[in-house]
Design a protein. Structure first.
Lengths: 471, 159
């Protein structure tokens, strides 16, 4: 940002004319000798500011490699990285060089040493937390803290080849991280989240994404209490050996919440009801649906449902083993009057849920325009679910059904598509079945796709994290 | 459009390229350029606005991409498509690329600046220095000794 301001203000007024006059005689001269003026190198003649901007967009490895192109390029990457506001040592960086960890450490240290900017926006790190490198990692976090970093993204997922067999212990975040008061975004993967005491909180933190992080419900509760600006919370496959615990935080302003399989949250239903007033985007996967139905909650069944007045997008994981009754009960007990986008993820997991019958509620989705169902095999249960949704979604425009590409043999039996031979035949067969269903919204259309053809035009907001889990 | 009035409501701005060609551009398109915006705010744009650093063919390209960029808003497919066009342009005609880049920088059009810079950035990724030199016609002016020294200094990046 800062860099670009310089580009326009200085270069247009002062440098630009200078460069223009420098270049003109050169081009004229060459035009006479070489009619095809494309043979000359004009890219290198572009002003520093432009080249700096371009170099700032490539990973460090690639930036360093430009230094060998010619004398013109030699020092450019260093002056770019000295004032860059994004220090990205994330996955792209780590995978662009196949270096042993100690050399990777040297490279990172070298770049940080030469950094001259006072502040940085983003610090991203993907590193294997072997014991001997822990002091370095801590120093890097301190570095980011001193430069009043705003976005910190630390990924300690073990490298596939080097670290898996080393019996690594989970990386425990250093206390200094918890005094980075400039943070607005914190993303962590594969580490242990232990709050120091005293913990003053992050006064500006808006986004907290945790993937495979060991975090106690107490620590989570503290975070919720002491991060008053938090609006985007994502807990993906987080875990804890401690007993489930009822969170005490209230007055939460979270707009976007994603939860997959964290068993320590106590009553998920009760937690969700606290988020209900402000929530706009909700993802819930790998959680038993009956867990967040209101059983055991102060709102006993029969009372009016809990409303999410602002929820626009819902992404729900449904297990093969879960009963439709639990799904119906979910929509009966929770009310989404403004829902526009519903995505169902069919998870090949046989969680057992009680088959208790639930009376279908008499609600409708007034604003629901788009429904997407992933891993749609056309099983009887899935067809029933589609039928249910078609009856409820009175304003539906599009229902996207994505058919998995994996071997048909692994798909559940009794589905419509397993008999069909070709992919095209499968799609046609399914489509015919779907058209037989009655729908409340006469304009609704079906879009059937094979998984490989899915162009992501309907994509859950949290899908990126979802994808990182599957890989 | 770069040619005469095709709009119903919006104002038309007249611009003159360095080689003397006159363009009539819708105000909404022209104002994408912060340079032109500033000139209009300073009220030195009552008549024809001269653009001494931009030739007509390049100005055509700029306007074309301004429109493409406006179209691609919220359209991920288009966005991908537009981003991938740089590779082709840089391979076939790096000369035009640098003219376009400099014109965009001069006209101060943020959206196109991001796009064209990204083109070259994507182009540099994953290519060997030798291939980059060859494609962009960059002359290696290092002596073998100098080159070896640079390699040694940042060994880690060159494998």
């Amino acid at each position: 940002m800062e860099k670009r301001m310089r580009t326009h203000d200085d270069d247009n007024t002062i440098k630009q004319p200078e460069i223009a006059t420098q270049k003109k005689p050169m081009t004229e001269e060459k035009k006479q000798k070489i009619p095809d003026h494309q043979k000359e190198d004009r890219i290198s003649n572009m002003p520093d500011a432009i080249l700096h901007h371009i170099i700032s967009l490539v990973p460090f490895t690639c930036a360093v490699r430009t230094s060998i192109l010619s004398k013109r390029w030699e020092g450019l990457w260093e002056s770019t990285s000295a004032y860059t506001t994004t220090l990205d040592f994330g996955r792209e960086f780590a995978t662009s060089v196949s270096l042993p960890l100690h050399l990777l450490t040297c490279a990172i240290n070298r770049i940080l040493q030469k950094h001259r900017g006072k502040t940085i926006e983003t610090f991203r790190l993907y590193f294997c937390p072997q014991n001997m490198f822990l002091p370095h990692i801590q120093r890097w976090i301190l570095f980011a803290k001193k430069k009043t970093v705003r976005e910190l993204d630390l990924d300690f997922t073990p490298f596939q080849t080097t670290c898996q067999d080393l019996g690594l212990r989970l990386y425990e975040l250093p206390p200094c991280l918890f005094s980075c008061h400039s943070l607005t975004i914190l993303k962590l993967s594969d580490c242990k989240f232990n709050l120091p005491s005293p913990f003053r909180g992050f006064s500006s933190l808006k986004t907290l994404h945790l993937i495979r992080v060991e975090i106690t419900p107490y620590a989570l509760d503290s975070m919720l209490l002491k991060c008053p600006m938090l609006e985007d919370l994502s807990l993906m496959v987080c875990y804890c050996s401690k007993q489930p615990f009822e969170l005490s935080a209230t007055n939460l302003k979270i707009k976007s919440f994603a939860l997959t399989g964290y068993n320590s949250l106590g009553n998920v239903g009760s937690f969700l009801s606290k988020l209900a007033p402000h929530l706009q985007i909700l993802t819930i996967c790998h959680v038993k649906i009956q867990d967040f139905n209101v059983q055991g909650h102060e709102n006993a069944p029969g009372n009016s449902p809990i409303a999410f007045p602002n929820l626009i997008e819902l992404h729900l994981g449904v297990c093969n083993g879960s009963s439709l009754a639990a799904v119906y009960a979910f929509f009966k007990n929770w009310n989404f009057p403004c829902l526009e986008k519903l995505m169902l993820e069919w998870i090949p997991d046989n969680l057992r849920e009680s088959n208790k019958m639930v009376q279908q509620a008499s609600f409708v989705f007034h604003h629901l325009k788009t429904i997407k169902i992933n891993r749609f095999f056309g099983t009887e249960k899935q067809m029933q679910m589609v039928k249910f949704l078609l009856e409820k979604a009175v304003a539906l425009e599009t229902m996207v059904l994505v058919i998995p590409t994996e071997d048909i043999k692994v798909s559940p039996r009794n589905d419509y598509i397993s008999q069909a031979k070709s992919k095209v035949a499968r799609l046609r067969l399914l489509h015919e079945q779907l058209l037989l269903l009655s729908k409340e919204s006469t304009n609704a259309r079906f879009v059937l796709k094979n998984h490989t053809e899915d162009d992501d035009s309907v994509l859950a907001t949290h899908y990126r994290y979802q994808r990182s889990l599957l890989s | 459009m770069a040619s005469t009035s095709n709009s119903t409501s919006s104002k038309i701005i007249t611009l003159r390229s360095s080689d003397g060609e006159v363009f009539e551009v819708e105000e909404s398109v022209a104002l994408e350029s912060n340079l032109i915006r500033r000139m209009m705010e300073d009220d030195c744009a009552n008549n024809i606005i001269p653009l001494p650093n931009v030739t007509a063919p390049i100005f055509y390209l700029v306007i074309e991409h301004c429109k493409k960029h406006a179209e691609m808003k919220d359209n991920k497919e288009k966005k991908k498509e537009l981003r991938s066009q740089g590779e082709e342009l840089l391979k076939s005609d790096p000369h035009t690329y640098s003219n376009l880049m400099e014109a965009v920088n001069y006209l101060d059009i943020k959206s196109l600046m991001d796009l064209t810079a990204q083109w070259l950035a994507d182009f540099l990724k994953g290519k060997s220095p030798r291939l980059i030199r060859e494609l962009l016609k960059i002359k290696n002016d290092f002596t073998p000794e100098e080159e070896a020294e640079i390699l040694e200094r940042n060994r880690w990046a060159f494998d």
